[in-house]
Design a protein around this ligand. Sequence first.
Ligand code: GLC
Length: 435
Amino acid sequence: MKKLAVLVILLLGVALAQQNVTVTWMTGNVGRNVDFARSMAQRYMDLNPHTIGGQQFNVTVNVIPGPESATDRLALYLQFFQVRSTEVDIFEIDVIWPGDLAEHLVDLYQFEGFREAAPAFFQSIIQNNTVDGRLVGIPYFTDAGILYYRTDLLEKYGFDGPPATWTELTEMARVIQEGERAAGNRDFWGFVWQGNAYEGLTCNVLEWFYSHNAGQFVEPAGIITVNNPNAIAALEMAAGWVGTISPTGVTGFQEEDARAIWQAGNAAFMRNWPYAFSLGQAEGSVIRGLFNVAPLPSGDVEGGRPAATLGGWQLGVGAYSLNPAVAADVALFITNYEGQLRRALELSQFPTIAAVYEDPALLESEVAWLAELLPVFLNSVARPSTISAPQYGEVSRLVFSATHDVLTGREDAETALAILELDLEAILGLPTGQP
Ligand code: GLC
């Protein structure tokens, strides 16, 4: 009897010492991101109770999907931060935002486990996420723009492999589109990409420019180079696709709009991020087994080279979170080796922990190409977020608005880039020059 009483008191004590805490994670919302986040949250909860900072916690991880567009997501985060909202604890942070958002994110290094974990991640991303010595985001997955192409159709029209240059892509897309339409598919298009006025267009434009040896809008050394002859040529090339090899509606497309046409089997080529691979290969997909991925083409100019925009997401903890230590512990768990391997296998996204690329489970899987295309990520070109922080959001808005006007025929490329140069000069106060 006495023993039982002691046991009850002991159990009660443990239960009381265990604090119940709910943390809210606003997740990405493209492809299968939300489902994956829910399953990772469940894994963390299955391991309850967690000992964090010497205390026991019984944690509920509440997953809420954020806006699909990175541009809308940034606007929403800024609203949360402005009113010091405690609603969201864990934020998914785009690779371009650490500089703009640092003041609203906690330094993860103050919590246990982060100093030990950091060396395993790609140091370039850790550096990107470190602002004034503070780690404001733990790398979750990384991204790079890639070319998807239909292997069956390339073969059918007698092409040996994916296009090496944009000129080749344009020509191949035209031939395949004409052929497929003549064969009865009126909905078929040569090339789909992201032309809506949002962050995704900035990514596409950077690839067109950099592959044409036309710089990266603002160089890391602090020179605005957006107005140059190769950039004008690259933009004119893209404007020429609209309504020819790409639907007119492409100027309203985000990632999932492009993927919808591609995955219905109605496009020869697509520019997108790696996530579209797993979805295209899923059970029941009409293009399953009929496509492959490759680096994006080079510009047909002196110094032309393939270029992929660096993308990717980090998990950051909001400065106004009521439970930052618990939120940080969840973020560390979600981004750990096992989580990254699972993400690569299930969602075909580039891990941010280098060793995962050597894991036999990855190398023997359908996504072994992630390891093959690792150089595409390693050589990817960054948007000018560090040099323009905390104004990158505004820089990108100017870039995608100006280029969108050219794609929709409202402005010619030469004028649009001349005005863009002036606008960038006005907000950044940096000198202009040639790339
Ligand atoms: C992807 C990239 C991200 C980029 C966004 C643009 O999510 O990972 O970096 O800003 O696409 O749409």
